[in-house]
Design a protein around this ligand. Structure first.
Ligand code: GDP
Ligand code: IMO
Ligand code: MG
Length: 436
C-alpha cells in the first residue's frame, strides 16, 4: 500500500478537485492539509457540478473517509453553507467527514480585516479571495488564534479576543466600518458554532496514524498551487500556507516518509487569479479564447482568471520542489483549435537567459518568456479515452510537456466530467489500483 499526494503544480485551479474525486475510490482516506475556503475545487459527474471549498474532494464516495488536518483553516459559517449544499445533493457527509479539532478558525473579523487591508493597499493589493486566510494564519503565528477545540471553551475565547484587541486591531476594524468584537459576542458566536461542528471534529492526526499502522492507503489533497506557496511561490503574491508536498507531514500530523508518491496537476496552459507576475500571460485574443473555452472564472470568487501559454520553467521548478513523480495534465481539450501552440522553455531577465524562476517578484515580472512553437490540432478530443487515439500533434505536445518538465505523464484530462479522463497505461497510477 502506498500514499499519494495530489497537488497543484501552477497557480491553483489546475483541476485538483476533478483528479482527487476520480482517484478517491482507490484510497481509504482523502486528507486536506492546508488552506481554507480560499480553495474552490470543482467535481463533475452524472450531469451535476459540485464546488467544494473546505471539504476534501473524496466526499462523494461511500467508504472513503474525508479528513481535514490541523494545518487547514475552518470558517464555520462558510463550512456550514458547504455542508448544507451537500445535504441538498443527498451526500451523507456526517458519516464520512472528520475535521481536526486543532485546525484554526477563521473569525468574521479575519474576513473584514482581509478586505480592509486589500482596500488600503489599492493598486498594490495581492488580490486575495477576501476569505480571511492571511489574517487567520497570521493570528495562528501570533499565537492569539482560536482553534476549533477552543470554541467550546468560553474562557479561552474571551482571552484570545482580549489579546487581539490589545494589539490595536480593533481600530483597523472600526476604520473599516466594523464594530470591534467584544469578548461576549465572540463567546456566543463560538459556542453556537462549536455546538454545530463538534460532532464532526476529532483527532485527525491520530486517525491518520492509526490508518497508516493498518496499512490503509491515504490520498493527500493539496489546495492552491506550488507557485502560491508561502515560501516557494511568487512571494508576496502567494497564499499564507505551505501548498507544496513539503507541507503535507506538518499539515496532517504524519511523518515525512508517509508521502510515497506525488502526482502534480497542471493545466496544459497557464492561469492565475489575483495579482503577481505571470511571464507567459497573454492579454490578447489567445488569453481571451482560453478564458472563454476553458471557462476560466474563479470557483470561489467568480473573478476572470488571467490566461497564457504553458510555462515549462515553472513546471520544472514545481517538479523538483515537490518531487512530482507524474503529471496529471488537465484541460487538454481546451487546446483543440489553437494552432500553433507555444510553450515557454526559458526566461530572459535583463538580457540574461535563466531556466529557473527568480526569487524576486520584481525580477519575475521582468521575465520575458522564450517560446518554442509546436503544431496544434483541430479535432475535439473530449470523447477520447486512450492516449493512442489522440491526434499525433497532441501526443507530441504531451511528450514535450513531459520532457521539459522532467517527469512522465500519468493522467490526461479531456473534460470536466469524471469520465473524461485518459489514464496512461503503465504510468504511476497503476501502482494505486490495489485498494478495493
Ligand atoms: P482546482 O481548484 O484545482 O480543483 O480547480 P477548479 O475546480 O478551481 O478549476 C478547474 C475547472 O476546470 C473546473 O471548472 C473544472 O470543472 C474544470 N476542469 C477540470 N478538468 C478539466 C478538463 O480536463 N477539461 C475541461 N474543459 N475542464 C476541466
Ligand atoms: P484552489 O485550491 C487560485 C490566490 C488568490 C490570491 C492569492 C492569495 O482552488 O486552487 P488568499 O485568499 O489565499 O490570501 O489569496 O492566492 N488563491 C488562489 N488562486 N486557486 C486557489 O485555490 C486560490 N487560493 C488563493 O487569488 O492571488
Ligand atoms: Mg480552484
Amino acid at each position: 500500500m502506498a500514499n499519494l499526494a495530489v497537488i497543484g503544480g501552477q497557480w491553483g485551479d489546475e483541476g485538483k478537485g476533478k483528479i482527487v474525486d476520480l482517484l478517491a475510490p482507490r484510497f481509504a482516506i482523502v486528507a486536506r492539509y492546508q488552506g481554507g475556503p480560499n480553495a474552490g475545487h470543482t467535481v463533475v459527474f452524472n450531469g451535476q457540478t459540485h464546488a467544494l471549498h473546505h471539504i476534501p474532494s473524496g466526499i462523494f464516495h461511500a467508504g472513503v473517509r474525508s479528513v481535514i488536518g490541523p494545518g487547514a483553516l475552518i470558517d464555520p459559517e462558510s463550512l456550514n453553507e458547504e455542508l448544507e449544499g451537500l445535504t441538498r445533493a443527498g451526500v451523507p457527509y456526517a458519516e464520512r467527514l472528520t475535521i481536526s479539532e486543532r485546525a484554526h478558525v477563521i473569525l468574521p473579523l479575519h474576513r473584514v480585516l482581509d478586505a480592509a487591508i486589500e482596500r488600503r493597499l489599492g493598486d498594490d493589493a495581492i488580490g486575495t479571495t477576501r476569505r480571511g486566510i492571511g489574517p487567520a494564519y497570521a493570528a495562528r503565528a501570533h499565537r492569539w488564534g482560536l482553534r476549533l477545540v477552543e470554541l467550546g471553551d468560553a474562557d479561552a475565547v474571551a482571552t484570545s479576543v482580549e489579546r487581539v484587541l490589545r494589539t490595536g486591531i480593533g481600530d483597523l476594524l472600526e476604520e473599516a466600518g466594523e464594530p470591534a468584537p467584544t469578548g461576549e459576542n465572540v463567546v456566543d458566536w463560538a459556542a453556537h458554532w462549536w455546538n454545530r461542528l463538534e460532532p464532526l471534529c476529532g483527532d485527525v492526526s491520530g486517525l491518520l496514524q492509526d490508518a497508516s499502522d493498518r496499512g490503509e492507503p491515504i490520498l493527500f489533497e493539496g489546495a492552491q498551487g506550488t507557485l502560491l506557496d508561502i515560501d516557494h511561490g511568487t512571494y508576496p503574491f502567494v497564499t499564507s500556507s505551505s501548498t507544496t508536498a513539503g507541507g503535507i507531514p506538518a499539515g496532517v500530523g504524519l511523518p515525512p516518509r508517509s508521502v510515497d508518491r506525488v502526482l502534480g496537476v497542471m493545466k496544459a496552459y497557464q492561469t492565475r487569479v489575483g495579482a503577481g507576475p505571470f511571464p507567459t500571460e497573454d492579454e490578447g485574443p489567445l488569453g481571451e479564447r482560453l478564458r472563454r473555452v476553458g471557462h476560466e472564472f474563479g470557483t470561489t470568487t467568480g473573478r476572470p482568471r488571467r490566461c497564457g501559454w504553458f510555462d515549462a520553467v515553472a513546471a520544472r521548478y514545481a517538479v523538483r520542489l515537490n518531487g512530482i513523480d507524474a503529471l496529471a495534465v488537465t484541460k487538454f481539450d481546451v487546446l483543440s483549435g489553437v494552432d500553433p501552440l507555444r510553450i515557454a522553455v526559458g526566461y530572459v531577465i535583463d538580457g540574461e537567459r535563466v531556466d529557473r524562476p527568480p526569487a524576486a517578484a520584481s525580477a519575475m515580472a521582468r521575465a520575458l518568456p522564450v517560446f518554442e512553437e509546436l503544431a496544434g490540432w483541430n479535432e475535439p478530443i473530449g470523447e477520447l479515452r486512450r492516449l493512442e487515439d489522440l491526434p499525433r500533434t497532441a501526443r507530441a505536445y504531451l511528450d514535450r510537456m513531459a520532457e521539459l518538465s522532467g517527469c512522465p505523464i500519468g493522467v490526461v484530462s479531456v473534460g470536466a466530467d469524471r469520465r473524461c479522463t485518459i489514464i496512461v497505461e503503465g504510468g504511476l497510477l497503476e501502482r494505486f489500483d490495489a485498494h478495493a
